[in-house]
Design a protein around this ligand. Structure first.
Ligand code: DAH
Length: 342
């Protein structure tokens, strides 16, 4: 029996020395230590041994078992280390290699103008408002002093969806919304950039464009406030040296009304092809909020007054960045858009 155990120990030692991978090691583990292993079988035979032999053989068997266990554990550790080292080697990353270039997008020129305008007016205490693009006739026209059948409705050809709903033709609709939402609360100082739609089908107009609306309501607001505000707007958004010219005009929602020209972006007022030799470029409509509008939108015209203005942002972007054709703004050509990278 002793001999059998010693043989087994020798055999185990030899095969464990030769083992080269974890699977083979697991097989050996079963072979030498498992329930059906030779060692287990031998131990079962211990019952047949004499009293004196039993402890001696028992101790030997235990020692051999422990020995084999230790050897296997050592091998296991060795294999695990080797596997980890191989894995690390295989998954090694060279962080010094150049990476694939991620192409950054750029801000659309119209969005850049929107952000500039928002920043400027927020810095003067304005809120930024918005309204629905699918608007009701009431907000887009009626509350702005343009009742059904008013001839000035012809100034803006509209996309009607139903008799009541249309795609808003002007962000001025948001004036009425803001006033009705505030009801005699003052001051209102708001700016509203947004998309607008008109049925235009000639080469120089788009059916969809972008406007920004401004509105201020309080007690004692005068034309001087409008002029001062627009002067700041022109200096900050268009150019430090720009001058403004107010031309009397007509809008149903303001009285008096003005179209405002700015000294030419390109020649500064001397006259060039951009301003058609006039030195001036028309940029916005404005005026003092009409008493009818104040009244319909919940502000007593005897007590409150206000000014409003609206401008087309594509025009501003084109002049400011020297974009020769409005269609560039809609074609999403990255060669064009990439030029406006910050
Ligand atoms: N809504 C006008 C347009 O689209 C522009 C405008 C003119 C807005 C005068 C105003 C304003 O707020 O007071 O042509």
């Amino acid at each position: 029996m002793k001999e059998k155990i010693e043989n087994l120990a020798k055999q185990a030692k030899e095969s464990l020395e030769k083992v080269t991978n974890i699977q083979a090691l697991n097989e050996l583990k079963i072979k030498y230590l498992g329930k059906k292993s030779e060692l287990s079988n031998l131990l079962k035979e211990m019952a047949n041994l004499s009293q004196e032999e039993r402890p001696v053989i028992g101790a030997l068997a235990n020692k051999v078992r422990k020995d084999i266990e230790e050897k296997i554990a050592k091998k296991e550790e060795e294999f695990e280390k080797r596997e980890l080292a191989e894995k690390l080697e295989k998954e090694r990353i060279d962080v010094t290699l150049p990476s694939t270039k991620v192409k950054r997008g750029s801000k659309h020129p119209v969005n850049r103008i929107i952000e500039e305008i928002e920043d400027l007016f927020v810095s003067m205490g304005y809120t930024v408002e918005s309204g629905p693009e699918l608007e009701t006739d009431r907000f887009c026209f009626e509350l702005l002093n343009l009742p059904q059948g008013h001839p000035a409705r012809d100034m803006q050809d509209s996309f009607y969806i139903t008799d009541e709903y249309l795609l808003r033709t002007q962000t001025s609709a948001v004036q009425a919304r803001t006033m009705l939402a505030n009801q005699e609360k003052t001051p209102i100082r708001m700016i509203c950039p947004g998309k607008t739609y008109r049925r235009e089908d000639d080469a120089t107009h788009s059916h969809q464009f972008t406007q920004a609306e401004g509105l201020v309501i309080d007690e004692n607001i005068t034309l001087a406030d409008l002029k001062g505000t627009l002067e700041i707007f022109a200096k900050k958004i268009i150019g430090e040296n720009s001058k403004l010219r107010f031309r009397p005009s007509y809008f149903p929602f303001t009285e008096p009304s003005y179209e405002v020209d700015v000294s030419c972006f390109k020649c500064g007022g001397k006259g060039c092809n951009l301003c058609k030799q006039t030195g001036w470029i028309e940029v916005l409509g404005s005026g003092m909020v009409h008493p009818n509008v104040l009244g319909m939108c919940g502000y007593d015209p005897e007590k409150y007054s206000g000014f409003a203005f609206g401008l087309g942002l594509e025009r501003i972007a084109m002049f400011k960045y020297g974009i020769p054709d409005m269609r560039y703004l809609y074609q999403n050509d990255v060669r064009f858009l990439g030029q406006f990278d910050r």
